[in-house]
Design a binder for this molecule. Structure first.
Ligand SMILES: [Zn+2]
Length: 311
């Protein structure tokens, strides 16, 4: 766990909430070959691995910055410049880590379940069937799963209690299901996880997490975009039907209070992501303080939590 460090005033780049000493730290995977344009050789952490991004293999360095660091803006400028002039990029990946005070956590009434451990192959590659005709004609969100979830059991991370495929299919361990049952957690049901290739065998260790309908409405000031410097003003990743709201999440999530049905776990009506290859847009998952506390107390692993807000 990173130290929250010195807490800062909420600035213009931050959402304004009633409660809040939350500190955002932006984490970038900067291409090593360009890192010296902005950073000292000793800055950040050389990850020492090469990863494929699109058709490129790149070596990256992990750099952490707050939004009020003068270098933060330069990261965005360099990225735009490299895209324009070389069809390349300054950073290959990014993340926003949010640190909270104990008081922020104590006062929160809802949490976003996020950064779920991810694995491949996706269900579709293992025989899971979808009815694409049920999906939005424009953004392809909401395709309906019409078969049990087929997965390669060996590829589900054994050390986790919750994990998702790259297509957003979420599975939970037997321990997690038992916790839900023992504490009468509301809002979820569980489906079987069958083994590839298509057989009738159902896992006794893993179950698909299916959140019941009764969706939460994502509301302003939730900010979506392509990356921290690109809020997708042209709406490339937003659907005119209002179901797909963006490629990536740039802020904490806010939910319309009147849309919340009080369940311990609830999904958003809106989707995030894109439909490409095996990738499918996903709903946000939100949980009650009770469920978050139980997962923490029982040391179940595979996800993180952020404070979500009611508006
Ligand atoms: Zn749509």
């Amino acid at each position: 766990m990173k130290s929250p460090g010195k807490l800062e005033k909420v600035g213009p780049l931050r959402p304004l909430y009633e409660v809040g000493n939350m500190k955002e730290v932006y984490e970038f995977r900067v291409q090593e070959k360009y890192a010296s344009r902005l950073f000292e050789p000793s800055a950040g952490e050389k990850l020492g691995w090469t990863k494929q991004f699109g058709d490129k293999f790149v070596t990256v360095r992990k750099i952490e910055l707050s939004a009020d660091d003068p270098k933060f803006r330069r990261v965005g400028e360099l990225n735009a410049l490299l895209q324009k002039n070389r069809d390349d990029f300054f950073f290959a990946g990014w993340n926003i880590n949010r640190c909270y005070t104990a008081s922020d956590i104590a006062q929160a009434r809802l949490f976003l379940l996020c950064r779920i451990a991810t694995f491949e192959p996706a269900g579709e590659e293992c025989g899971t069937q979808y009815d694409e005709s049920a999906a939005c004609s424009s953004c392809k969100s909401k395709a309906k799963q019409v078969s049990p979830l087929f997965l390669d059991w060996k590829r589900i991370p054994k050390s986790k209690d919750i994990a998702r495929t790259i297509a957003g299919e979420v599975v939970v361990s037997k321990r997690m299901v038992e916790l839900f049952e023992r504490h009468s957690i509301t809002g979820a049901k569980f489906g079987p996880v069958c083994h590839r290739p298509t057989t009738s065998a159902e896992s006794k260790e893993w179950f698909q997490l299916l959140v019941k309908p009764g969706y939460a409405e994502v509301a302003a000031p939730t900010k979506m975009g392509i990356n921290p410097f690109d809020e997708d003003v042209t709406g490339q990743y937003r659907c005119s039907h209002g179901d797909l709201i963006g490629l990536a999440r740039l802020s904490e999530v806010s939910i319309s209070r009147s849309s919340y049905n009080g369940s311990d776990i609830i999904a958003s009506r809106q989707f995030m992501g894109t439909r490409r290859g095996l990738l499918r847009p996903e709903r946000f998952l939100l949980v009650s303080p009770k469920l978050r506390q139980l997962i923490k107390k029982e040391k179940l692993t595979g996800c993180e939590f952020e404070v979500a807000h009611f508006v």
